[in-house]
Design a protein around this ligand. Structure first.
Ligand code: UTP
Length: 292
């Protein structure tokens, strides 16, 4: 079965970005001029998944408006002769089919995903956390879909991080799948631990915000008790799922920015701005002129 649905949970409170997120969603913070959430939706589209299911919450209306048609703005731009910009605005609203669901209380990522149970129904689906902006030649999700197509099992995206940083993530214990085709990038997961201390971490391979999940995850999440921070943790649900069926971890090719963190957000801004054809050269010159 192919992956036809992508879930984007955007109902979190975004406390690390307060006060910027007091009255606007974290997911609408722009890297240069594009909101985080649009990077994620474009990755879904480039991976040829036709439907996005947003899990939203209070104060997230700006996301719905962003992906809707804005006649006033389009008319205004047309009136000012800005046809190209008008076309750009229109194209955002026709990126994909989108469904919005509300998570009434932010009870955790696992809970947000569980909210989509009826809509996703009995098929595999992708999950993307828009905090993680990934710059890669082949979209990260598309790379993972190749793993799903070969094994028909859940796949989580992995990244190696320095040991002292593992305690911010879910960490895996796994063994490399010995197969030329996957070139040391694929791991069969044996266990997962949420935010371990560096000394106790089973490896330096951490889970980042891209998943392909089988629908069996719903039954496990429904039975997962609240864990760290009083939230239903996806990692706990995955741990239960692992006891029933295989899960693979995939070291994706590309660079990930943790844009949910202030420093990560700045790094993404600088590096993606440097890559922009319309401003990269000027920006590089400016950075070089700084007396650092
Ligand atoms: P985070 O752990 O980054 O939480 O959630 P957050 O609230 O967004 O940000 P901080 O940590 O307070 O700054 C990971 C993802 O899960 C979603 C978030 O929107 C984010 O995309 N999420 C989290 C939900 O949709 N619902 C929740 O109850 C919790």
């Amino acid at each position: 079965m192919t992956v036809r649905k992508a879930v984007l949970p955007v109902a979190g409170l975004g406390t690390r970005f307060l006060p910027a997120t007091k009255a606007q969603p974290k997911e609408m913070l722009p890297i240069v001029d594009k909101p985080l959430v649009q990077y994620a939706v474009e990755e879904v589209r480039a991976s040829e998944i036709p439907l996005v299911i947003f899990v939203t919450g209070r104060g997230k209306n700006a996301i719905e408006n962003h992906f809707d048609v804005s006649f006033e703005l389009e008319n205004e731009l047309a009136g000012r002769g800005k046809q190209e910009l008008r076309e750009q605005m229109r194209s955002i609203s026709s990126l994909l089919e989108i469904i919005y669901l509300r998570q009434k209380q932010p009870l955790g990522l696992g809970h947000a995903i569980l909210t989509t149970r009826e809509l996703v129904a009995d098929e595999p689906f992708a999950v993307l956390l828009s905090d993680d902006v990934i710059d890669s030649r082949v979209p990260c999700l598309k790379q993972m879909m190749q793993v799903y197509e070969e094994f028909g099992a859940s796949v989580v995206a992995l990244q190696r991080v320095p040991r002292q940083h593992v305690s911010s993530y879910g960490v895996i214990r796994g063994s490399a799948v010995r197969n030329k085709h996957w070139n040391g990038r694929l791991f069969s997961i044996e266990d997962l631990v949420e935010k371990p201390k560096p000394r106790e971490a089973p490896s330096d391979l951490v889970i980042i915000g891209r998943y392909i999940l089988t629908p069996a995850i719903f039954r496990e999440l429904a039975e997962t008790r609240r864990g760290a921070g009083g939230e239903i943790q996806l990692t706990d649900g995955l741990r239960r799922l692992r006891a029933r069926e295989p899960i693979y971890g995939y070291l994706f090719e590309g660079k990930r920015y943790d844009a949910g963190d202030k420093l990560g957000f700045l790094k993404a801004t600088v590096e993606l701005a440097l890559k922009r054809p319309d401003m990269g050269r000027d920006f590089r010159r400016y950075l070089k002129s700084l007396d650092l």
